[in-house]
Design a binder for this molecule. Structure first.
Ligand code: GDP
Ligand code: IMO
Ligand code: MG
Length: 428
């Protein structure tokens, strides 16, 4: 069955591992949103690969990987990733394995500079999002502004590309000093021909490409990046990323909706919560609600290696949050879940699960709060679940934890990750 795979929390749920696992039975693996803010880690036979842009199905030699037009693509990062995969003998000719939609917007050096400048200007204020600094927000912003440059634009005469670049950068002239501005422009122009050369054999019209493979009964796997709680519309706005991370985004960001509307949607969640960047996490272990929880968080961070795959930042740690997970399942159209990293919690005497949000005055929240100010004041109501020895269905306590999740959110847990390696996955 064709699958759309999404993060069901705040990112880093283990999507890369599940994509790698499911790619054994997929012909095409497709990215449809986000950019190199993503960091998807895969472990195969003790070897770690981290991918930011190229779909995580690439390690299976039979797959073709497509970067859809909903992605924002930094050509330098893309080329670097190709070079790394070539050095690791994953493929020799990139264009035989990777295709790029011609309408995909480019992340240019000035997008990155703008992202970094905005974030450093906002440090210590509520406007600081803690972005990955990869130019993601500015690239989606210029796309919506209708000034963005796309992969297909690289194939125009250089003078026309420059004209578009000037029109785009001119919108932001006041943000840079003149020297920096001209440097960012020349950094871009010096690479245009090189980017063109690399991208030319990979460029496709994604609709024609997907329609053909759909007609040929090929098997598809759509790989989401980030997570539902970072969705631009439905996440914890404004502490979100700048793309749509729910299942309908797959039909827009890799444009053949006839295919995506018949997919099953698989949400990936950890047995606990993590988040990088700023913004509220109601169940964060900060020592506010549960004695000793800061030490628990430190332990989980250490055991689970909870440091950002893109920026290396320590991830914030929280108890499982079923209120947020149920919201994610509903808002993103998730049909089934994969629960990852229960092995990191194995041996704990018990574990807390949030089953209700209360307001500071004790009143119950009947919905997931839309305002971050409300979310940051949430008082979580916890239930304890007894600890487990091993994180798979053979352990009665782990099985009852999984059943509790299923009952609360209303969808089955189909996959259980119990280690980082490709084969450390139970299919239920
Ligand atoms: P993604 O962004 O959703 O692909 O997740 P990341 O790769 O950023 O972070 C997940 C981390 O957990 C990676 O280091 C994975 O290798 C690791 N991982 C994934 N699933 C499991 C699991 O079930 N158990 C353990 N111990 N590690 C896992
Ligand atoms: P994967 O695919 C975790 C977070 C950033 C920041 C916010 C906005 O590995 O799960 P951006 O650079 O997108 O403008 O940053 O979103 N963020 C992620 N957090 N995993 C990710 O990707 C993320 N991509 C973005 O930390 O809070
Ligand atoms: Mg990640």
């Amino acid at each position: 069955m064709n699958t759309i795979l999404l993060g069901a929390q705040w990112g880093d749920e283990g999507k890369g591992k599940v994509v790698d696992h499911l790619s054994a039975e997929a012909d095409l693996v497709v990215r449809f949103q986000g950019g190199n803010n993503a960091g998807h880690s895969l472990w195969v036979n003790g070897k770690k690969t981290v991918l930011h842009l190229i779909p995580s199905g690439i390690l299976h030699p039979h797959t073709t990987c497509l970067i859809g037009e909903g992605v924002v693509l930094d050509p330098n990062v893309f080329i670097e990733e190709i070079t790394q995969l070539q050095a690791a003998n994953v493929f020799t000719k990139a264009h035989e394995r990777i295709k790029v939609a011609e309408r995909t917007h480019l992340i240019l050096p000035f997008h990155k500079a703008l992202d970094v400048a905005r974030e450093s200007g906002a440090k210590g204020t509520k406007a600081h999002i803690g972005t990955t600094g990869r130019g993601i927000g500015p690239a989606y912003e210029t796309k919506a502004l209708r000034r963005g440059l796309r992969v297909v634009d690289l194939f125009q005469p250089e003078s026309q590309f420059l004209e578009k670049l000037e029109s785009l950068m001119n919108e932001y002239r006041a943000k840079f000093n003149p020297l920096e501005y001209s440097d960012l422009q020349s950094q871009t122009m010096k690479d245009v021909l090189y980017w063109r050369k690399v991208l030319e054999p990979m460029m496709v019209d994604s609709t024609t490409f997907l329609a053909k493979h759909f007609a040929d009964n090929k098997r598809f796997l759509f790989e989401g990046a980030q997570g539902v709680m970072l969705d631009m519309d439905h996440g914890t706005y404004p502490y979100v990323t700048s793309s749509s991370t729910t299942s309908p985004a797959a039909g827009i960001g890799a444009a053949y909706p006839k295919l995506t509307r018949s997919c099953r949607v698989l949400g990936i969640a950890k047995a606990y919560i993590t988040r990088v960047g700023t913004g509220p996490v109601p169940t964060e272990m900060l020592g506010k609600f549960v004695p000793g929880e800061v030490e628990v968080a430190e332990n989980i961070r250490k055991l689970g290696q909870e440091f950002g795959a893109t920026t290396g930042r320590p991830r914030r740690i929280g108890w499982q949050d079923l209120v947020a997970l149920k919201y994610a399942v509903d808002v993103a159209g998730i049909d089934a879940l994969a629960i990852m990293k229960g092995d990191i919690l194995a041996g704990m005497p018990d574990f807390k699960v949030c089953v209700e949000y209360r307001k500071p005055n004790g009143e119950k929240w009947n919905q997931f709060p839309a305002r971050v100010e409300d979310l940051s004041e949430v008082v979580p109501v916890y239930e304890s679940v007894p600890g487990w020895k091993v994180a798979n269905s053979s352990d009665t306590n782990y099985r009852s934890y999984l059943e509790k999740i299923e009952k609360f959110v209303g969808v089955p847990v189909k996959f259980v990750g119990y280690g980082p390696e490709r084969q450390q996955m139970e299919v239920r």
